[in-house]
Design a binder for this molecule. Sequence first.
Ligand SMILES: *Cc1c(COP(=O)(O)O)cnc(C)c1O
Length: 376
Amino acid sequence: MEFIDLKAQYQHLKVEIDQALAKVLAHGRFIMGPEVEELEEKLAAFVGRKYCLSCASGTDALMLAFLALGPEPEDAVFCPAVTFIATAEPAAMLGAKIVFCDIDPVSYNLAPASLKQQIKAVISEGKYRPKAVVAVDFLGNPADYPALEAICREYDLPLISDAAQSFGASLGGKRCGSFGLMAAASFFPAKPLGCYGDGGAIFTDDQELAQVLRSLRVHGQGSGGKYDNIRLGLNSRLDTLQASILLPKLKALETQEIEARHVVAQRYNKGFEGLLTTPEMAKGALSIYAQYALLAKNQPQRDHIIAALSQAGIPSMVYYPTPQHRLPVFKYALTCGNELQVAEDYCRRTLSLPMHPYLTKEDQQLVIDTVKNALR
Ligand SMILES: *Cc1c(COP(=O)(O)O)cnc(C)c1O
């Protein structure tokens, strides 16, 4: 059994993907070919944004966002403590001080109350200046945007949405990627919409920002063309080949896979009801279940389930074993003296099960039975 079965998906979409690749190989426009523009238009329409700029990875999408914001060493950027390192890394690399916040005990997303507490703590200490907030749609579950947007408005901070795990998810009928001043998507193969290599995109409704991002994507290019560099930037384009793969995959996501992922998640929910903590969505939130994560009673029980799955040849993962503020690289990040208890507890108890739109009922039943047996 595969944790995320990309081969099954390829078999399903083989004709379209093979044709798309052959077309690019024939026209030979490997950098910024016509498929890139077509994809950007379709991504923007799908998400419901004015501008979409594809780029080389989700990490680069966040890097481009922070290059556009231009943090300074006394600036503080607020992030949830449970996420992938790429949420905080670009801002940290550009010299901002990272301030970690706790997560919500039900949604596991950035907790608005903790965010507010940390912003207040930073302001009252007076050493750093709040600069931006990064919200993550954790494991595909939309962050609490109404509450986060209200806090960002109150403190006049831009909200950056790390939507790397949530392409295809929505909140109140609005798709993830449409929230925040800028939103970053990742097309890493294992994400809900993945290509066959690295890829990403950044979304915004701000025309001026879109222009800056476009320039930053190619070495800070100005209006005078390739050798008119007006700022320092990156080389961060999405390959035409990857764009051509994403086009049929986007169609499949929209027409079949979102629904299929929900069916798989509902089956797991039913299977584990009353036994383990299953994912809970806020009202109006539709997760894309980039991962299906359970919460065990405690760490020994979690580790016991993982061992039993492993023995049965079933892959499982832990997203994530360590909260960000415990990582060696973030030793000097701020927690403002707060314990971030929910984050610590979550990392000890979480485990993720095989989850993809082509998971068969039989395989899924085997996963459920194996976990249940381990709990007996
Ligand atoms: C995957 C991921 C990223 C980075 O995306 P890449 O395309 O791998 O660079 C950023 N944030 C989160 C939360 C992710 O899961």
